[in-house]
Design a protein around this ligand. Structure first.
Ligand code: ATP
Length: 267
């Protein structure tokens, strides 16, 4: 019998194999392996000091592993510089937003997208190219709900708005993989709702890795979850299964958040 034809899913967008990072006698990330397909919505959770931020640093290239490999779209990037990884499609949004207060909201996004723009060479001398680049920056501001504030100095934005601007700047590079470090930290409930709406509407082909302490945010956005503890993978798999793990329930004991999140989880 002829086997049924099926589409080749191709290499995963991100393939981590045996990733390990030690600081002296402490192993912050310990033999972590993970494969993410295009469009993944993956959360990394775990207690303080579990190694979540270190893992993001290793993927972004701001820190280097002692052991293990990192592949993006099938190509080994373990030793690739951070700026090159960014041009290859890895973007990051930070817990403390990295906006330039003296520039307008729009110019922050224009600047962030500049190294990625196919027409960047000579664009300062070509008003039409500059306009096209500015238009795509405006579209990213619309995505995060800041289009009306495009002309304001970024220094006048609230904390929640800065977080949105940081996200628009990350999107300006049209990333294949977006690393989000605690996007809901320090936000009001209203702003968390807005972040959820924006992240829920990200382009389907962009893979997202979300580090987040708000378990309800994880449940609403992630279809798969990795739980880290002392640098090691405790469990990785569909969100519902991972959030139901006894150690996750214990960590959120008393808040009822873990049970509610399991009920709400997508994966
Ligand atoms: P949190 O939720 O508190 O942000 P985390 O899960 O992100 O924690 P990491 O920040 O990755 O954890 O830290 C993991 C461990 O590695 C911690 O024990 C931390 O103190 C240690 N660590 C992180 N960076 C360094 C460093 N540059 N030098 C030494 N130790 C470090």
């Amino acid at each position: 019998m002829t086997p049924a034809p099926h589409a080749d899913p191709g290499p995963p967008v991100l393939d981590l194999s045996g990733l390990t990072r030690r600081y002296g006698s402490l192993t912050a990330v310990d033999d972590v392996s993970l494969r993410l397909p295009a469009g993944a919505r993956h959360a990394v959770i775990g207690p303080n000091g579990a190694g979540k931020t270190t893992l993001l640093n290793l993927i972004a290239g701001t820190d280097r592993p002692d052991r293990g490999t990192i592949a993006l779209d099938g190509a080994d990037i373990t030793r690739t510089a951070t700026a090159r990884r960014s041009r290859l499609g890895i973007a990051r949004s930070f817990q403390q937003p990295t906006v330039i207060g003296d520039l307008t909201v729009l110019d922050n996004v224009v600047l962030a997208g500049w190294p990625h723009h196919p027409e960047r060479r000579g664009a300062w001398r070509s008003p039409s190219r500059y306009r096209r680049h500015t238009e795509s920056a405006r579209r990213h501001l619309e995505t995060v709900g800041l289009a009306d504030l495009a002309g304001r100095p970024a220094s006048t934005l609230s904390h929640g708005q800065r977080r949105m601007l940081d996200l628009a700047a990350a999107l300006a590079g049209e990333p294949r993989l977006l690393l989000l470090d605690e996007p809901a930290a320090g936000l009001t409930d209203g702003d968390i709702g807005r972040v959820l709406g924006i992240l829920g509407a990200l382009p389907a082909q962009v893979a997202v890795i979300l580090v987040e302490h708000h378990v309800e945010v994880v449940a609403q956005l992630a279809t798969t979850v990795t739980v880290l503890a002392a640098g090691r993978v405790l469990v990785t798999g569909p969100a519902r299964e991972a959030l139901a793990h006894p150690e996750v329930r214990d960590a959120y004991h008393g808040t009822g958040a873990a049970s509610a999140a399991v009920a709400e989880a997508k994966g």
